[in-house]
Design a protein around this ligand. Structure first.
Ligand code: NAD
Ligand code: THR
Length: 357
């Protein structure tokens, strides 16, 4: 016999599911795909700011709402709507969605891999509870939901070169565990409730904006150091190879994948790949632009162990076949563009160079 309290809990859960299903059918069972209003959580992060700019250029400034828990610059406030809302505050999130009639959510709030290992309770809250809040909201209001996953969703038991779309996923970081949770929860809600969940496993993203505490940050830091100091001490060993992508390609992938017709998508979670390199190779390429640039190595055991457990090359055959993914930035083009962009970064605001030194 089941205890009475257990049966009551099951009955309450069934009612919730029925309520969610009814809500789904009453709302027509799908997220609006024309002229959507889009909420970007983590909108002031490395990806969020540029993602906001790209989507605003496409859908209009007022249609893209940034949210975060950071103080925005004047430039951000002038560019379009911004809301200070914590991902751990479901009612606050719901208010933004309802007040602005949001159709899609691009959920970028996260604690990244290296920072997560230093504060596991924080990463658990932001990445798991935050994902839970967002998916419930997206399901309740039938919103399209994009959540990035990462090379960090794989671990030492996964094949590393290449890493297939479907394979063993046993990550050894709280970041990776939370991303596998997000992938599986999204797929489950899609199959159970027809939620339009979409997810790309991104390589390390290279851009001139400063990164947020990941294991792949070195690839950005090296450009800034080459320009401001002429030297860089790298926390990974010279030949540590992981997949990377230039931000323009990364955001184009997200933008394109967001609007792929749902019947074209064979999966809800896809690997995408662009290039793979290691610190020594990157330093050599940067020396073509800054011949005096010098790199030294002082390994950080935490980040080294993380990088050693990640893929070297992602197999993105399925993304290429199903929705036409094709990167435009190879390694050389990425380095050339980064050298130019980092110059612009410091030319625009010279005081940044002083801070960096
Ligand atoms: N940058 C990469 O190399 C990379 C690679 C693969 C996947 N991703 C994924 O892309 C997404 C964005 O990454 P990013 O590099 O822009 O990270 P980031 O650290 O630069 O930005 C994350 C943002 O989330 C915000 N945030 C943190 N806690 C929050 C909270 N409680 N409530 C609301 N906002 C909160 C932070 O303030 C920050 O602005 C993440 O999901 C990340 O896992 C990034
Ligand atoms: C790879 C990616 O998920 C992020 N840049 C990190 O290193 O944590």
């Amino acid at each position: 016999m089941f205890p009475r309290t257990f049966l009551k809990t099951i009955s309450a859960q069934q009612q919730t599911i029925r309520h969610l299903c009814n809500n789904h059918w009453q709302n027509g069972g799908g997220a609006k795909s024309e002229n959507p209003t889009i909420l970007i959580t983590g909108g002031l992060g490395q990806l969020g700011v540029e993602c906001g700019k790209l989507l605003r250029s496409q859908y209009g400034a007022k249609k893209i709402i940034l949210s975060d828990i950071r103080e925005p610059s004047n430039a951000i406030l002038q560019a379009g709507p911004y809301h200070f809302v914590d991902i751990l505050d479901p009612k606050g999130l719901e208010k933004v969605v309802v007040d602005n009639k949001v159709d899609w959510i691009v959920h970028l709030s996260a604690t990244l891999s290296a920072k997560g290992e230093l504060d596991i309770p924080l990463a658990t809250k932001v990445n798991i509870q935050g994902m839970h809040n967002i998916i419930e909201l997206a399901n309740h209001y039938k919103l399209r939901l994009f959540v990035p996953s990462t090379i960090g969703a794989f671990g030492p038991d996964s094949p590393r070169n290449p890493t297939p779309n479907i394979t063993v996923q046993r990550p050894r970081t709280i970041y990776g565990v939370s991303k596998v949770y997000a992938e599986l929860l999204g797929e489950y809600y899609h199959h159970k409730f027809n939620l339009d969940f979409r997810c790309l496993r991104l390589p390390g993203v290279v851009s001139c904006d400063l990164p947020g505490g990941g294991t792949t940050d070195y690839a950005i830091d090296m450009f800034h150091s080459a320009m401001t100091k002429g030297t860089y001490e790298c926390y990974l060993t010279p030949k540590t190879t992981v997949p990377m992508i230039y931000i323009t390609d990364c955001l184009r992938a997200i933008n394109e994948f967001l609007v792929v017709p749902t019947d074209t998508i064979q999966r809800r979670v896809y690997n995408i790949h662009a290039m793979s390199f290691h610190p020594e190779g990157l330093a050599k390429e940067i020396q073509n632009y800054y011949p005096a640039f010098e790199i030294t190595y002082k390994t950080d055991p935490i980040r080294q162990e993380i990088a050693d457990s990640w893929p070297e090359v992602l197999d993105d055959t399925e993304a290429r076949k199903d929705w036409g993914w094709n990167p435009k930035y190879d390694f050389k083009k990425m380095v050339q563009t980064m050298v130019d962009q980092v110059k612009v970064f410091y030319d625009e605001e010279p005081q940044r160079a002083k801070v960096a030194q």
